[in-house]
Design a protein around this ligand. Structure first.
Ligand SMILES: NC(=O)c1ccc[n+]([C@@H]2O[C@H](COP(=O)([O-])OP(=O)(O)OC[C@H]3O[C@@H](n4cnc5c(N)ncnc54)[C@H](O)[C@@H]3O)[C@@H](O)[C@H]2O)c1
Ligand SMILES: O=C(O)CC[C@@H](O)C(=O)O
Length: 387
């Protein structure tokens, strides 16, 4: 029986993927084999020894201590692309919100309640306060051309915008999916100096944290509109608020509001709604559940962010899954341990990602599962599972 702990509200369509005869789940599970999480922060959580895997039903994994998990042999998954369409759609809304003064206009219209027959006249008189530019013909900079960035870039081309895209790590798949009219920005400066609108679609990590700051804003066009549906920490808050006060930035649309931003002139704040559609909640939960089922039942790793993706069709009677450090000699130590014990390896596969590696060893015949302890005795071996 596998035990899955849920840390957020996860779509039932995802949880239904777990077979009730072999899985138990809930938010009160102790000593779980796996965790399903959305945005809950796991940084201060004690990781139970039983924990084998964490699946983030979503894209961003900055709420999970990835290195600590890798050190403890806990495989972390996310669900690439599963909520990208929802975010693309809300970014289009963000572009319009940043241009057409829609939010204050709606608020103002509501304030006319009680004016009776005058409402029509007041609307016509007051509407000039809410004039805003069209998107067509304007330049949009997309920073980060992954699952979301590419969809946003393509949609903006359809709206008649000129789109600049920046992503030094662009994947081949993303490049295949991108409209050929997207201009290849070779530096952030290209984006900052040229664009009327800038939208962020990068992960939040040590490289990107605080990337929008006084210095980067100073390179931007006066009046630029900035959209942040990625993570609040990408933007240095004080610098953004000063730039809004100085009218260097016209509007900052954010999905990650803070106390200081609420009510600040030029801030359009949404309550982290990017992925809040039934479709993407279902997609993310289903994908996350499938990743956990695959890992728990077969040891195959698909869509991990801290271990390599390694899959081997199961052959033979017994499988050893070895999570280890990516240091030279470890693989040969693992295979030597098997041969020294007179155990013939039927099939084997290995992969590495940064400091960590994963090896699956299939055996034609069952051996004493205690052999796993021999492998774990190696200081470079982190965890061994026997399936
Ligand atoms: N508001 C929401 O509800 C919501 C929903 C989904 C995702 N997100 C956020 O959006 C981010 C992107 O999501 P995604 O699904 O497109 O992820 P993704 O992994 O498909 O794409 C991220 C892209 O950023 C690029 N990148 C990484 N570092 C970069 C850098 N320094 N400069 C430029 N590009 C860089 C990568 O190469 C990749 O192509 C997530 O990490 C998450 O934080 C927010
Ligand atoms: O789970 C959510 O609602 C938000 C997910 C989003 O921030 C992500 O990074 O995928």
């Amino acid at each position: 029986m596998f035990h899955i702990k849920t840390l957020n509200k996860i779509s039932p369509l995802g949880m239904e993927k777990f077979d009730r005869s072999t899985y138990a789940w809930g938010d009160d599970i102790e000593n779980p084999d796996a965790v399903m999480v959305r945005s809950a922060s796991m940084h201060d959580m004690e990781m139970p020894e039983s924990l084998l895997a964490i699946a983030r039903a979503g894209a961003g994994v900055n709420n999970i201590p990835l290195d600590k998990c890798a050190e403890e042999g806990i495989v972390v998954f996310n669900t690439p692309g599963a909520n990208a369409n929802a975010v693309k759609e809300i970014v289009l809304l963000g572009l319009l919100l940043s241009s057409r003064k829609i939010a204050p206009a709606i608020e103002w219209v509501q304030s006319l309640k009680g004016q009776g027959a005058e409402v029509g006249k007041l609307v016509e008189k007051g509407k000039s306060n809410f004039v805003g530019p069209e998107l067509k013909g304007k330049k949009l900079g997309v920073i980060g051309l992954g699952a979301i960035g590419v969809l946003v870039a393509n949609a903006a081309i359809s709206l008649g915008m000129t789109v600049y895209g920046y992503d030094p790590y662009l994947s081949v798949d993303a490049a295949w999916g991108m409209h050929t009219s997207v201009i290849h920005a070779t530096s952030l400066r290209d984006i900052y100096e040229n664009c009327d609108y800038i939208t962020l679609h990068v992960p939040c990590n040590t490289e990107t944290k605080g990337m929008i700051n006084a210095s980067s804003i100073s390179m931007m066009k006066t009046g630029v509109r900035i959209l942040n549906f990625a993570r609040g920490e990408l933007v240095v808050e004080e610098d953004m608020l000063s730039a809004l006060d100085e009218k260097k930035v016209t509007v900052y649309v954010t999905d990650f509001p803070t106390e200081a931003q609420l009510g600040h002139n030029g801030v359009v704040a949404l309550p982290h709604l990017g992925a809040s559609t039934p479709e993407s909640e279902d997609n993310c939960a289903k994908m996350a559940a499938e990743e956990l089922i695959t890992y728990l039942e077969s040891g195959n790793i698909v869509n991990s962010v801290n271990y390599p993706n390694v899959s081997l069709p199961k052959s033979g009677e017994m499988r050893f899954c070895v999570l280890h450090k990516n240091v030279s000699g470890t693989l040969s130590k693992i295979s030597t341990a098997f041969s020294d014990a007179g155990i013939n390896i039927e099939n084997m596969i290995n992969g590495s990602k940064k400091d960590y590696a994963y090896t699956i060893v299939d055996l034609a015949q069952k051996v004493d599962a205690g052999f796993a302890e021999k492998l774990t005795a190696d200081p470079d071996v982190i965890k061994v599972r026997v399936i």
